[in-house]
Design a protein around this ligand. Structure first.
Ligand SMILES: [Zn+2]
Length: 254
């Protein structure tokens, strides 16, 4: 037992500085130094061991978006102000993440949310009418008041995606590694039509913190099947199961 504890401690010591070195990583999608995973004893069913909210929260993400239940809202379009100033591509041990320089932001409900990073899950965490899509990008934003807003872009296998190419060329295969990437056209990754589903939810990884504004773009974009398999060689089944709505409403916006 002692050996296991020492081995675990060594793992945490080795892995944590690499992850914590980048300040922005602290603001990522709930990644912390604890060794949660997507399967077995440390998988989603036991994330309550890492953070109580994962087990007891009543507004958790991801969710299944049943289109017939969506309330047609008159929510204003998301006002995107994305530039192409990137920093690096990181393999953080849970997925592939692009860290960004400051300057990209969205405005929703009159409030500015700065884009910190985005990362991918495959298959998608969100379901549309009960079906997971092939991949999703979560664009994580934060307001001056520390409120989080995530924009989700869904991908399905189809034509090769030229926008993703530069990230895919740099994806480090080893956890903890990063490669610099000076520019990336974030806006070009979004579908042309930016209608969205909005609901309140949480981070989809421990600590599963709630009060996160979610904006899932309705239109999917394509990812090449070779691109998809290259990603899945590194990370596959990195999707938390869908969580109960518990009375939450999903509203559509333009
Ligand atoms: Zn995510």
């Amino acid at each position: 037992m002692k050996k296991i504890i020492i081995a675990l401690a060594a793992f945490v010591l080795l892995v944590t500085p690499a992850i914590a070195a980048d300040r922005d990583d602290k603001k990522d999608n709930g990644h912390d130094e604890k060794h949660w995973s997507y399967e077995g004893d440390t998988g989603p069913a036991n994330w309550g061991d890492f953070s109580k909210t994962c087990a007891t929260g009543k507004a958790q993400s991801p969710i299944n978006i049943v289109r017939s239940d969506v309330i047609t809202g008159h929510l204003a379009p998301i006002d995107f102000h994305y530039n192409d100033h990137a920093k690096n591509v990181v393999n953080n041990g849970h997925g592939i993440q692009l860290n960004l320089k400051k300057g990209s932001y969205i405005v929703v409900d009159g409030e500015r949310f700065d884009l910190l990073q985005f990362h991918f899950h495959s298959p998608s965490e969100e379901q549309l009418n009960g079906t997971n899509q092939d991949m999703v990008a979560h664009l994580v934003h934060q307001s001056a008041k520390d409120q989080l807003a995530v924009v989700a872009v869904l991908f399905n296998a189809g034509n090769k995606n030229d926008v993703l190419k530069s990230i895919w060329e740099k994806m480090p295969s080893r956890a903890g590694d990063k490669e610099s990437l000076g520019s990336f056209d974030v806006a070009a990754m979004l579908p042309e039509n930016k209608a969205y589903y909005h609901f309140m939810g949480s981070l989809t990884t421990p600590p599963c913190s709630e009060n996160v504004k979610w904006y899932v773009l309705q239109k999917t974009v394509s990812v090449g099947s070779k691109q998809l398999s290259a990603f899945r060689k590194l990370y596959y089944h990195t999707n938390r199961p869908v969580q109960a709505l518990n009375g939450r409403v999903i509203v559509s916006g333009n």
